[in-house]
Design a protein around this ligand. Structure first.
Ligand code: ADE
Length: 219
């Protein structure tokens, strides 16, 4: 689930250039029984399995004995909704430990006593936290300075100013009568910047008006 996303494109380059180190740990390696199981039935009954406290805590303890982590993040649909502001904040940290939930969830004692931050990537339920971890990792690593070729390109992403990005075009200027706006061909940088800003504001009002009310969440 991780190899593909972590070995392509920006994440691949970030690691190759030494801007990020991504390590994967299999919780089963800290299982305490011969079946290597890490889940069990919920106390009180009910459907689904629960991730056991012992393998998770043994894993956390071993990793912590070698590395000091700024945050121990648990990915869960009931966590705080991931925003660009949170990604920005996390990208300034040195080491993050991300725990992916699975089954019905993890023993609540892990959340209470070990987890420092709980994050959801959206109001929907995935089968496990792995894909959410990929999303979070991508959002955080791509904005580490030096990762993107053109450093300003992350600053002009949608959401960085609580504004959506303006429309973009490339050649040809006329495709079967479908034209690129004249202003972009004008060579007038000031006017182009003004047009882009206005398009961003207009697009945000039309598509995501709530964004304009949110505070700026830079680090
Ligand atoms: N695990 C399952 N669903 C999730 C979600 N929406 N966000 C983060 N982790 C999850």
């Amino acid at each position: 689930m991780f190899e593909g996303p972590f070995s392509h494109s920006i994440l691949k380059r970030a690691q190759a250039k030494g801007h990020a180190v991504i390590r994967l740990h299999n919780i089963r390696d800290w299982s305490v029984n011969k079946h290597k199981s890490v889940d069990d039935y919920p106390y009180g009954g009910g459907a689904g399995m629960v991730m056991m406290i012992e393998p998770v805590v043994r894993c956390i303890e071993e990793l912590r004995s070698k590395t000091s982590y700024d945050e121990l993040i648990y990915l869960s649909p009931d966590g705080e909704l991931l925003t660009q502001g949170i990604a920005n904040q996390l990208s300034t940290k040195q080491n993050l430990l991300i725990l992916c939930g699975h089954y019905k969830g993890i023993d609540e004692r892990i959340r209470i006593h070990f987890i420092t931050r709980e994050i959801s990537i959206g109001d929907y339920v995935l089968s496990g936290g792995e894909m959410a971890a990929v999303v979070l990792t991508d959002a955080v690593v791509r904005i580490i300075p030096g990762v993107l070729n053109d450093e300003t390109s992350a600053l002009s992403d949608s959401y960085q100013d609580n504004l959506l990005s303006p429309p973009v075009y490339t050649r040809p200027a006329d495709f079967r009568g479908l034209k690129v706006p004249d202003i972009l061909l004008s060579g007038n940088d000031r006017e182009i910047a003004k047009w882009r800003y206005e398009e961003s504001v207009e697009r945000t009002i039309r598509r995501r008006p709530g964004l304009l009310d949110e505070g700026h969440e830079s680090p």
